[in-house]
Ligand binder design. Structure first.
Ligand code: ARG
Length: 420
């Protein structure tokens, strides 16, 4: 992260780096922050695979809106390898459903903001989140961890940049940005998935309409089943059907193929860190297919006790990342545990994608712990069943002692079958 400041900068004025999306709110924020604080604004846009506009177009728009500098970063591969892959290795699903799409992108965006702040001599960072969501916490707690010397402002929350103000400001200053188009939803998307909220979805009884979805087709009328083999090395997918690919390419390919089958649509009432329950719709076809495959390969290759413990660690990891703790010491320690568990998670998983589901239909691994001869009920059985009798006798001893004591104290042994 050590970056030298290049060239001479006019340092008489304060400089603020703004997490810039290219949309109305953050475009207006450039001028708004300037007016409210007197500072110069440096816009930072980070491509985490959200699709849409070209980075150069976004860069130019930031400058046209009054930014003194605009920094754009193609972080797609970095995001896939360093943020999506750890989430996959943790089988990360918050509340057993949400694959942390937005939660894992914020720490990376912050990393690029800090880099730009150092490069352009800024001492303050800004984001465009509201005061009701998780993302403000993720931005600001990550800032604290990465750059405790920098301060932070939140124009939407703290400088009263409401939507009405933004539209009016944009029109008044003739900013090169659409101010009339009204999207009923608040959307955040990247290569790991897509999050949609607000609008009529705020009524929990309203079913999502077709226009909510863009990453997935309707699974009700799916095309023919699609079968593929995903190869993993130490918990990282490295090939599909034998074709070597990097993590970004693998996620993208699965977004297309699993998306065509309507896999990864999620409708959930979620517990936000700020205490609010909120309705969210997600689409994460690639993430859900990959987690399904990865989890099954773990079932084959991870020792039982390690696997049982890992399920608890996975859950905790997802909660920490959801709760803005990406850079926290506990998350770092859990990372080390998870990495260690992946040593033997190498092998192939065959998946069938069809009608909204990714189903594992085959597994093979050189490092498998599955022993056919131990498991088989056919000839070739090497499991000596005579050992089971003694094992159960000793294993059941504590239960036996407790039951005998109950009898002694007259507490009976009525387990709902009546005292016989
Ligand atoms: N509720 C999700 C989270 O906290 C998604 C938030 C995405 N933001 C949005 N504007 N839709 O991770």
């Amino acid at each position: 992260m050590e970056l030298k400041i290049e060239g001479e900068y006019e340092m008489s004025k304060k400089r603020i780096v703004l997490a810039y999306s290219g949309g109305l709110d953050t475009s207006v924020a450039i001028g708004w922050i300037g007016e409210q604080t007197g500072a110069e604004v440096i816009a930072v846009a980070v491509d985490v695979g959200q699709g849409g506009e070209d980075l150069e177009v976004i860069r130019q728009r930031a400058l046209d809106c009054g930014a003194v500098e605009a920094y754009v970063a193609d972080a797609k591969e970095e995001f896939a390898s360093e943020y999506c892959m750890p989430a996959l290795q943790a089988n990360a699903l918050y509340q057993d459903k949400y694959p942390l799409v937005s939660a894992i992108s914020r720490p990376l965006i912050v990393k690029h903001l800090v880099r730009a702040a150092r490069q352009f001599g800024a001492d303050t960072m800004a984001h465009g989140c509201t005061g009701k969501g998780n993302d403000q916490v993720r931005f600001e707690v990550s800032f604290t961890s990465m750059a405790p010397d920098l301060s932070c402002i939140s124009p939407v929350r703290d400088l009263a940049l409401t939507r009405d103000v933004a539209i009016e400001y944009g029109q008044e200053h003739q900013l090169p940005i659409e101010t009339t188009k009204h999207n009923p939803f608040s959307i955040d998307q990247n290569v790991w998935g897509r999050a949609v909220e607000t609008g009529f979805l705020e009524d929990l009884w309203n079913a999502p309409t077709k226009d909510v979805y863009t990453y997935t087709d309707d699974p009700t009328y799916p095309p023919l089943p699609d079968e593929l083999v995903i190869s993993f090395e130490k918990g990282i997918p490295v090939a599909i059907d034998g074709n070597l690919m990097n993590p970004l390419q693998i996620i993208q390919e699965l977004n297309t193929r699993a998306g065509a089958q309507g896999i990864g649509r999620i409708d959930i009432v979620e517990d936000r860190l700020v205490g609010i329950k909120s309705r969210e719709i997600y689409e994460a076809p690639g993430a859900i297919a990959l987690i399904e495959a990865h989890r099954e390969l773990e079932n084959v290759t991870i020792e039982r006790e390690q696997a049982r413990f890992k399920r608890q660690v996975d859950r905790r990891w997802a909660e920490l990342v959801y709760d803005a703790q990406w850079f926290s010491p506990l998350k770092k320690s859990l990372d080390a545990f998870i990495k260690d568990t992946q040593t033997y998670v190498t092998g192939d998983i065959r998946l069938q994608l069809h009608g909204g589901r990714a189903t594992v239909t085959g597994r093979r691994s050189e490092s498998s712990l599955y022993d056919f001869n131990l498991a088989t009920y056919e000839t070739g059985d090497t499991f000596d069943q005579s050992y089971a009798k003694g094992f159960i006798e000793i294993y059941g001893l504590p239960a036996k002692l407790a039951a005998a004591r109950d009898v002694k104290f007259g507490h009976g042994v009525d387990f709902g079958i009546g005292n016989l």
